[in-house]
Design a protein around this ligand. Sequence first.
Ligand code: CAA
Length: 445
Amino acid sequence: MTAVGIDAIEIWTGKLKLDLPETFAPAKGEEPEKYTKGLGLEASSFPDVYEDIVTMGANAAKRLMDRRGLTPDDVGRIDVATESAFDNSKPVSTYIAGCLEKVFDGDFHHANKGERKFACVAGTQSIDDAYNWIKAGRNRGRSALVVATDTALYARGDPGEATQGAGAVAMLISEDPDVVELSTEQGYGSADETDFLKPNQQFPSVDGKRSVQVYLARMREALEDYESVAGDTHPDDFAYIPFHTPFPGMVRKAGLLGFRHMIRDTGIEDDLAAEIGRQPREGEFDSREAYEEAIREYMDALKRTETYRDWYASAIDPTLTISRQVGNWYTGSVHLARTSALKNAAETGQKLTGERLLVGSYGSGAQAEIHAETVREGWRDEIGALNLDEQLARRYDLDFGEYEKIHDAHNHDKETEVEEFTQPSGEFVFTGWGRMNERKYEYVE
Ligand code: CAA
């Protein structure tokens, strides 16, 4: 069977940075530790005035095509995943293709383009669409370009304001891929939920505390559904477990639940029994409440064990390094988590070829998806070619007043005159609106 998966990855961060413990927390009268320890975040990325989901996506895609020596003829579809779209009809992928046609010879007229919407899980769904298109033999030897791009802004004063972010992840999906092969097996946890939504509005309506519970419930369902086709999972099976990361504290909760689930009825549970007892089984309790209380106590004890802490430090924590510096990128977020893990492996000289990842995506509204990936031989070169560290280091560090201005500049309901904070160079920029209210872009040398 032909291997299909992620062949190349490029990342483009918004060019501004808001320091959460140093700048945001004092302005909000909060302790910096709420961010660094509680949410697990150091900074958020923001787009400068000339950046948006199109420029960030097109800039990531251009880097990817340049680096891999691709022309439009090599790409048979362009799928954009976003929950920050500004048009209910014309997809963002047409804008991105239009940008790329300004700098590459040839055009994308032959390419099928679309836009995927299911909150943050849409990036993974776009990869799925590409995978299915290739597996069905409809790709005529071409690859698919998947771009997950978002400006994740919340209304000022919303608790979600602490978790904002902006950036794009471009991925090439191909046969015989260099980075990871995707498993055929998948699991879903999907239900009609109102945890986070944007009913024709720019900033989300969020039930923050509930959204955390819905994330965990759907992720658990997806894991059980995955196991129903792929067999039981075990912590030793996976080098890393990248999750959708709205903020690292969310993944801390998901990791603990996942570990408890995976070790049930295994030697790990037996080995831990002397230290913290065995996991409570529902049948042993008179009421659901008593069972849930016992589970909470077990989880509290579990997270303090060396066994759990060692596993978390090796399989989960390295997936969070990028997210800590950029915040939530919605559709791009789980793909940053994968990249973060691979980057950690490259930097620590880990041998990863043939190792497996378990990837947990999530979109509000709500749907979780879980699948496995097998790391391919070319992963190290691909990850080594990223310039993310330079991009992060050169972000302009906003003070609080500047943050408020840039938030207003990106607010569709406000008219503002804000000067750009950085100078564009070698990238696509937003230049204003055309006669049909379309957005216009140029490439700046
Ligand atoms: N020192 C250490 N820790 C501290 C602290 C301090 N001084 N102050 C607070 N904390 C901890 C809290 O204990 C809490 O941790 P636990 O949950 O582990 O107890 C954490 O910091 C956050 O503090 P609060 O719960 O008080 O924060 P909040 O209520 O202001 O906001 C939130 C939290 C509701 C998640 C909010 O950030 C939010 O609404 N975010 C947007 C929604 C979201 O991201 N939901 C995640 C699931 S939905 C999803 O994944 C889709 C998506 O991308 C949006």
